[in-house]
Every structure is written in C-alpha cells, then in structure tokens.
Design a protein around this ligand. Structure first.
Ligand code: B4P
Length: 275
C-alpha cells in the first residue's frame, strides 16, 4: 500500500487523472490524501469532487479556504463571486451529497502510524499538534451541526481575525481558527497573521515571516504536509515541511508526494494559460 498526498487540485481534474496514472494508483490498495482546495478557479470542479467522493473509501482530505467557500455558497448563492467556478456543483443533483460529505471533513488530519500531519495552510507556530487537532475539531463541530453551520458560515469571512488568544469565544474564536488553518502564509513572532501578501517567501512584509520559519515553532521536527501557497512553487526549505501547492490552477503543475519515501511526482497544467 502506498499513500500519496496531492496539492491543491482546484478543479484540475485532468491533471489529477494524469498523476494517478503516472503513479499507477490502485484504489483497492493505495490511499490518496488531499491538502484541500479541491475546487474552484479550475475548469472541472464538479468532476473532481464527484471522483473523490466515489473514491472516498481511499481518500483522506482536509478542507481549504475554497472548499469552505463552496460550502458557504451552497447555502447562500449570494456569496458566489464572478470568477468562481463552482456553480456546477451548487446546481448539481449530487450537490447535497457532496456538500454533506465535505461537511464531515477535518481542517487538520494526523496519521499516528506515519506521524504526519496534513493541513491546508499551515500549523500556527504557537500551537502543538494537540492544540491544532482540538481547535480544528471546534470548527468541524460547527460545520457538522445543522443548527450551528449557518451562523458559522455567515461569520467565517474576515481579514481582521488575525490574532489567536485562548480566551477567544464563540464565532470570533471559530473565525480565527479557520483563518489560521486555511488561509495563513506569513506571521509575526507573536502569531499575528496577515492576508495581503501572497507572493513568495521574499515578499514577507516587515516583521513577518513564513509560518514554518518562525523560530521555536511548536511542531518543529514533525512532518507536515500543506498546500495553499502557490507562489512557493513547492519550495519551502524547511526540514519536515512539505509544500504541495505548485499552482496548477495558475498554469504551473500539479504535484503529488509519496508520504513515506517523500518522492515527488508532477504533471504540467494542460487546461489553463499561466498568469
Ligand atoms: N475565512 C475566510 N475569510 C475570507 N475569505 C475566505 C474565508 N474562507 C474562505 N474564503 C474564500 O477563499 C477564496 C480565496 O480567497 P482569496 O482572498 O482570493 O485568497 P487567496 O489567498 O488568493 O487564496 P488562494 O487559495 O486562491 O491562493 P493561491 O496561493 O492559489 O493564490 C494566491 C495568489 O498567488 C499568486 N500566484 C500563484 N502562483 C504564483 C507564482 N508562481 N508566483 C507568484 N505568485 C503566484 C496568484 O496570482 C494569486 O493572486 C475566496 O473565495 C474567499 O471567499
């Protein structure tokens, strides 16, 4: 059995199929892990989600910001933006099934056998693995609750929720956890994050650094797979941290890693012209 983890697919279904063929993926024996952002911006979001759902017996995934946005748009079509490419999911006959499946997925996944954590954006430097799993579970509970989900999605969007405090409560607490786990790139020594800088490591605003370069990070030395940050082009130069978003949806390539040997496989984007 081989476990492969794939970077942000974002509806790049054809490239996903090319990669699975390249590694001779066998759904009877192998596992496919996804670091989130399965959909949006790319051309075949519905096909991607249906395919992963059909393979759910061998798929493990964490939710990314675009997946959360899909869930929010499903319940409130007014949230759809001009450039979103998720309308076909929302209007599909299988929409409810797919959204209900996504609602059961975590923001942080940890494999205790292989000692590997998977998250969309990153693990906040001040959080241990246990902190991350517990706080992820708070958001998961809201997503899974028919009573809570509406309030959570309505309050989720914010560029101001940038500071974690254990004393945070209610929707503000959930919003900050969501921002850390699904949107973080750069942060300050005290853990403050910001959302304007999206280019490479060299574009850090003054006082900020990539989350994985913060000194004395609590999860230093532990394997972490993450996506979200396309401009890294798969390079983060931090031992045990694996950047898997190689910007397929921006015209670059889709990347997969064998989580045990750490061998990387890539395929060039075929459908989208580079930015
Ligand atoms: N809690 C919450 N609060 C607010 N919004 C929420 C939310 N939860 C979900 N959302 C939703 O999240 C979605 C995205 O929001 P955006 O605000 O557009 O977020 P983003 O950081 O641009 O995210 P993305 O995931 O697309 O990042 P990527 O690195 O690929 O791309 C980023 C940039 O990298 C650039 N880039 C890509 N490849 C590059 C390269 N090789 N070199 C340099 N730059 C590159 C691209 O030009 C691009 O601008 C929206 O729909 C929003 O509504």
């Amino acid at each position: 059995m081989t476990v492969y983890a794939v970077g942000d697919i974002q509806g790049c279904y054809d490239e996903l199929q090319t990669l699975l063929t390249k590694v001779a993926f066998n759904a009877e024996k192998d596992e496919l892990w996804c670091v989130g952002d399965l959909v949006n911006r790319g051309p075949k979001s519905l096909e991607t989600l249906l395919f992963l759902y059909e393979m759910r017996h061998c798929v493990k995934l964490v939710l990314g910001n675009h997946d959360l946005h899909l869930i929010a748009c499903f319940y409130d079509h007014d949230r759809l933006k001009k450039h979103d490419t998720i309308q076909d999911i929302i209007h599909s006959k299988q929409g409810t099934t797919l959204i209900n499946w996504l609602r059961q997925q975590p923001l942080v996944y940890f494999d205790p056998v292989r000692c590997i954590a998977m998250v969309h954006a990153g693990i906040p430097p001040l959080w241990t693995l246990e902190d991350s799993l517990m706080r992820s579970a708070e958001v998961e509970k809201a997503l899974q609750s028919d009573k809570e989900i509406g309030k959570f999605l309505k309050n989720m969007y914010s560029n101001d929720a940038v500071n974690w405090h254990e004393s945070l409560k209610g929707q503000e607490r959930l919003r900050v956890i969501t921002n850390y786990l699904t949107r973080m790139r750069f942060c300050k020594l005290d853990g403050t994050i910001e959302f304007n800088s999206k280019e490479g490591i060299d574009s850090a605003p003054s006082g900020y650094m990539p989350w994985f370069e913060v000194p004395h990070r609590k999860m230093e030395g532990q394997d972490i797979l993450f996506g979200h940050w396309a401009a890294l082009e798969g390079r983060c130069n931090e031992p045990h941290v694996y950047a898997l978003d190689t910007g397929c949806v921006w015209g670059s390539c889709l990347t997969m890693i064998d989580v045990e040997t750490k061998q990387m496989y890539s395929t060039n984007c075929t459908a989208i012209k580079g930015k």
